[in-house]
Design a protein around this ligand. Structure first.
Ligand code: ACO
Length: 429
């Protein structure tokens, strides 16, 4: 394999170094390109741009492979929990029994918010989207311990990471309760991570929510499957903000905003809205598929397609199975699941989707599980954010610990007006 790439430009030849990853992925290192040639590269939407070297997550989109720290997602989904996987993603290895206990204890000890945070919740209208509350409250919580927040505060990293992972779940549950005008339910130290979240969401002061292990397992799995996904829109945002040496909470709050959009973390909500629309209109899915293929309609088959996967998203396979088994256990018959399965079947046979390699992604079935659990639709992207927190923290850590880290600052090709002189107001038409 060649260690260098040759570039011919304006009759001159330039040599650019090649970089190879541990899974054989290759890149041309163009860091010196502008110095050599005065040219930059242009890659709209960064589809072909590697922005960093990372040891966290490996994806092979052509083969449908996803691994956290080398371990296949299928093995983690079957054998691990969200908390253990969070540790793996952040610290780079599976925890020993003692490490896991210490990490879990730290999460439990940091589940509560500063009591004054309650006043912040009261400032939001009940119509506020929980992603807006989540992002704002993550930032707000950083104000209560500013000394903790400096990047490079290595001794405090474990505490900050645990606090963020634990508190994002508390903030999420509080924002749901607030939006429904319900009293806040505090975390219980006896419950593990996901059970505690369900408790804070659904218990009442006079009546504890019945924690069903199948429901805990299904939601824990959703968190685990979302825990990292290399340089997606929100993680790249977290790294971008971290590169300016902003604190971990500010980076995570920015990640929440990036995740909010319907083309990213908002897609799970958009999928259920689409399925409901199809159901309401009595369509068997075929009219919607026709509309999704027509660019003028402005519709897309939500939960289908992925920038990296040109094959079945491995998380979608796992979620589809989990969806079937949870609905079975809870004896729920959801017409939206039938519509989703029909849509999938038709799309996978349709040349439009086949030629463009559009397969179901992680969001296609996750919303149906969340509906079955009783999580309202506007909370779906919040669930995604809770799950993605370990990935954001691990990516933040890579930047914080890199002595050579530089601020992210892409260039552009300017296509606006050439030199134009200022026209005084009285002469303008
Ligand atoms: N329905 C219909 N057509 C689609 C879809 C879809 N879901 N996704 C892509 N296409 C078409 C595009 O119109 C385009 O067609 P063209 O070549 O004729 O112009 C082609 O497939 C390529 O699509 P792009 O938009 O260029 O693909 P990109 O990589 O930029 O976008 C994305 C990926 C945003 C995920 C896209 O597939 C999409 O919008 N899907 C629906 C939203 C969704 O499910 N998002 C969740 C993603 S996973 C996650 O964030 C966890």
């Amino acid at each position: 394999m060649s260690k260098e790439a040759k570039l011919e430009l304006d009759g001159k030849s330039f040599t650019l170094p090649m970089v190879e990853g541990t899974e054989g992925e290759r890149a041309v290192d163009i860091a010196c390109l502008r110095n050599y040639t005065s040219c930059i590269t242009l890659d709209d939407g960064y589809a072909n741009t590697g922005s960093c070297l990372s040891k966290i997550t490996f994806i092979d989109g052509e083969k449908g492979i996803l691994r956290y720290r080398g371990i296949p997602i299928e093995e983690l989904a079957e054998k691990s929990t969200f908390v253990e996987t969070a540790y793996l993603i952040i610290y780079g290895h599976l925890p020993t029994r003692a490490e896991l206990r210490q990490f879990s204890d730290l999460l439990t000890a940091n589940a509560n918010l500063h009591e004054d945070m309650k006043y912040h919740f009261e400032g939001f209208p009940s119509s506020a989207h929980p992603m807006a509350i989540l992002s704002a409250m993550i930032n707000a919580s950083s104000c209560f311990d500013p000394g903790l927040m400096k990047m490079g505060n290595a001794g405090r990293f474990d505490l900050l990471a645990a606090r963020l992972i634990s508190q994002v779940r508390t903030i999420a549950a509080f924002s749901y309760r607030k939006s429904r005008g319900l009293p806040i339910i505090y975390p219980k130290s006896a419950y593990k991570y996901t059970a505690n979240f369900l408790h804070m969401m659904f218990s009442e002061p006079y009546d504890d929510y019945e924690i069903k292990p199948e429901v805990v397992r299904a939601l824990d799995l959703i968190f685990l499957l979302h825990a990292d996904h290399e340089q997606n829109c929100s993680t790249a945002t977290v790294r971008m903000v971290a590169s300016s040496q902003a604190n971990m909470f500010a980076c995570a709050a920015a990640g929440v905003c990036a995740l909010w959009g319907p083309l990213h973390g908002g897609a799970n909500q958009a999928v259920v809205e689409m399925l409901e629309e199809i159901h309401r209109e009595g369509d068997d899915g075929s009219k919607f598929i026709t509309a999704a293929k027509d660019k003028v309609s402005g519709k897309r088959l939500m939960g289908f397609g992925h920038r990296v996967y040109k094959h079945y998203d491995p998380r979608a396979k796992i979620i589809k199975q989990a969806c079937d088994s949870l609905l079975n256990v809870l004896q729920i018959s959801d017409p939206l699941l039938d519509i989703a399965k029909k849509l999938e079947e038709s799309a996978l046979k349709d040349p439009y989707f086949v030629e463009r390699k559009l397969y179901p992604n992680v969001d296609f079935y996750s919303g149906i599980i969340m509906r079955a659990i009783g999580i309202p639709m506007e909370m779906f992207p919040v669930i995604f954010a809770i799950g993605r927190m370990p990935g954001w923290i691990a990516n933040y850590k890579e930047i914080a610990e890199d002595p050579k880290a530089r601020i992210y600052r892409p260039r552009q090709i300017y296509v606006g007006p050439t030199l134009t002189h200022f026209m005084p107001l009285h002469k303008r038409k």
